[in-house]
Design a protein around this ligand. Structure first.
Ligand SMILES: Nc1ncnc2c1ncn2[C@@H]1O[C@H](COP(=O)(O)OP(=O)(O)O)[C@@H](O)[C@H]1O
Ligand SMILES: [Mg+2]
Length: 444
C-alpha cells in the first residue's frame, strides 16, 4: 500500500524527548510536522482533528521521574500509535515503562539512520490507517451476526489461528481485522495478503522474503510479509490458492515459528498470529490433493463462519440504510430512503455477492435515481410482487458460465491462460468449472 503524506490534514510526529538535528531533517524531508514534548510532560496534548499523528517515545534521555507522567499522558491518548527509540540505558524494569513499550509498534535503536526512521513512520502510519476501525464496523443486529460478534470477542483473546469461511463479500476480511484489533497484538502490525493475487513465481519471496542475489532481479535483501508482520497478525485471504511450496513454508511457520528467506538457509524466528480465509471448501481441496491436510488442520484450529447476507433478515435493510447515509454524507444526492417495494425486493434477493453487492447496488441507485425514495428498479432488483427474484440470479449464473466457457475455448482449454484472461486464480477456474459442470477433459 502506498503511504502518501499529502492527503487532508497534517502528518505530525509528537516527539516525547529531544530529537537530534539529523532526525529533525529526516522528518521535514518526509513531510512530517514535528512537535516536541520534552521534560515534564503536559497533562494532555492538543491534537487537531483530521491530523494524522504518531508518537515517538525517545528513551535516550528519559529520567526515572519522567516515566510516570509520560505513562499517564500516553494512557490519556490511547489512540496514538507509538514508536520507541531506544538508547543505551536499561530503563525497562519500570512497570509503567513496560506498559508503554508494549504499545510501541516499532522499536528503533539509536543512532537511527534516516531510512530506518522513515520506514518505521511509514509502517506505523500504514497500520494506523488499516486499523481505523474495530468490531463496530461489523454492522448487524441479526442473530447470526450477534453470534459472529460474540465469537470474534472470544477468539480475539486467544493466540491461535482462525480459519474464516464464508461466501465472497460476507465480511471475512473485516472480521479478521476485528480479531486483530481486539487482540493483545493490536499495537503491532496487521498484514493482509490475498494469496490468489500473488504471482506463483513470487509468492515465496513476497511471504517469506529473499536475500540479495537469490534470483535475477533480487538486488537487495527484502523482508517478506511474515517478517514485516512480526509481533502482529498475518491475514492470508484465499488461502486455498497458495501454491504447494508456499504451503510447506507456511506449515513450518505454524509448527516451528521459523522461516527461511529465499536464497538463505538460515532460520529466522517469527512471532505472528495467522488468520486465514477461504470461500472455497478447503476440505474438498484436501481431498483433491490441492491443499496439504496437515496445513489444513493447523489453520482450522478455531473456525469462524460468516453467514451469507440472505439469512441475516433485518440486517439487509440496516446495512442498506447505513450505506445510503454514508453515501449522502459525501455526495449530494436526492435519495434519502427506500420505498416499500425496494425494501421487499432487497429481502427477496439472494445476494450472491453479499454485503459487497449490497453496498454497490445502493451506491449506484443513490446516484442514478431522481426520486427521494429509491425504487426496486433503481437497485436493478426485480419487484418481487411482479417477478420472482430468482430470474436475476439465473441470468447472472448463466452469464458467468458463458464467460468461463468462452475464455476456455479462446485459449484452447488451457487453465492457466484462462485464469489470466479472466484475472482470477487457476483454483478459481477449477471451482467455476465444477460449479457450472464444465468437464475440462470432455471439452478438450
Ligand atoms: N457486517 C458488515 N457491516 C458493514 N460492512 C460490511 C460488513 N460485512 C462486509 N462489509 C463490507 O463489505 C465489503 C466486503 O467485505 P470483506 O470483508 O472484504 O468480505 P470478504 O473478505 O468476505 O469478501 C467491504 O467493503 C466491507 O467493509
Ligand atoms: Mg475478501
Amino acid at each position: 500500500m502506498d503511504v502518501s503524506n499529502n492527503e487532508v490534514g497534517r502528518c505530525c510526529v509528537v516527539w516525547f524527548g529531544q530529537p537530534g538535528s539529523m532526525e529533525r531533517s529526516t522528518l521535514a524531508a518526509g513531510g512530517w510536522q514535528l512537535r516536541v514534548v520534552a521534560g515534564d510532560a503536559p497533562a494532555r496534548i492538543g491534537l487537531r482533528g483530521g491530523d494524522r499523528v504518531i508518537g515517538l517515545v525517545d528513551l535516550r534521555a528519559l529520567t526515572d521521574e519522567q516515566v510516570a507522567p509520560l505513562a499517564r499522558l500516553l494512557e490519556a491518548h490511547s489512540e496514538l500509535p507509538l514508536i520507541a527509540l531506544d538508547g543505551s540505558r536499561a530503563v525497562e524494569h519500570h512497570p509503567a515503562l513496560e506498559r508503554i513499550l508494549a504499545r510501541c509498534g516499532e522499536r528503533l535503536v539509536s543512532p537511527v539512520n534516516p531510512a530506518q526512521l522513515a520506514q518505521a513512520l511509514a509502517a506505523c502510519e500504514r497500520n494506523r490507517a488499516d486499523n481505523a476501525g474495530d468490531i463496530e464496523r461489523l454492522v448487524g443486529a441479526s442473530r447470526p451476526m450477534l453470534e459472529v460478534r460474540a465469537t470474534v470477542h472470544r477468539y480475539a483473546r486467544v493466540d491461535l489461528p482462525v480459519l474464516i469461511t464464508g461466501e465472497t463479500g460476507t465480511g471475512k476480511e473485516l472480521a479478521a481485522r476485528a480479531l486483530h484489533d481486539l487482540s493483545a497484538r493490536r499495537w503491532r502490525p496487521f498484514v493482509a495478503v490475498n494469496c490468489g493475487a500473488l504471482s506463483p513465481s513470487l509468492v515465496q519471496s513476497e511471504l517469506f522474503g529473499h536475500e540479495r542475489g537469490a534470483f535475477t532481479g533480487a538486488n537487495a535483501r527484502r523482508l517478506g510479509l511474515f517478517e514485516t508482520g512480526n509481533g502482529g497478525t498475518v491475514f492470508l485471504d484465499e488461502v486455498g490458492d497458495l501454491p504447494a511450496d508456499a504451503q510447506t513454508s507456511l506449515l513450518r511457520v505454524l509448527q516451528e515459528g521459523t522461516l527461511e528467506r529465499v536464497g538463505s538457509n538460515q532460520s529466522v524466528l517469527v512471532d505472528v498470529r495467522v488468520l486465514a480465509a477461504t470461500h472455497v471448501d478447503l476440505e474438498q481441496a484436501v481431498e483433491q490433493g490441492r491443499f496439504r491436510q496437515d496445513l489444513y488442520y493447523r489453520l482450522d484450529v478455531l473456525r469462524l463462519d460468516m453467514p451469507p447476507l440472505r439469512v441475516r433478515g433485518d440486517d439487509i435493510e440496516l446495512l442498506a440504510r447505513r450505506a445510503l447515509d454514508e453515501f449522502r454524507e459525501l455526495h449530494q444526492v436526492r435519495a434519502r430512503g427506500f420505498d416499500p417495494d425496494a425494501r421487499r425486493a432487497m429481502r427477496a434477493h439472494a445476494w450472491p455477492g453479499n454485503v459487497r453487492e449490497l453496498l454497490n447496488r445502493v451506491r449506484r441507485a443513490a446516484v442514478v435515481t431522481e426520486q427521494e425514495l429509491i425504487r426496486a428498479a433503481d437497485l436493478h432488483l426485480a419487484d418481487p410482487t411482479l417477478q420472482p427474484a430468482i430470474c436475476l440470479d439465473d441470468r447472472r449464473e448463466h452469464a458467468e458460465r458463458q464467460a468461463v466457457l468462452d475464455a476456455l475455448r479462446a485459449c484452447g482449454y488451457n487453465v492457466s491462460e484462462c485464469a489470466r484472461r479472466l484475472r482470477v486464480s487457476r483454483v478459481t477456474v477449477y471451482r467455476l468449472c465444477r460449479k457450472h459442470q464444465l468437464q475440462l477433459a470432455a471439452l478438450r
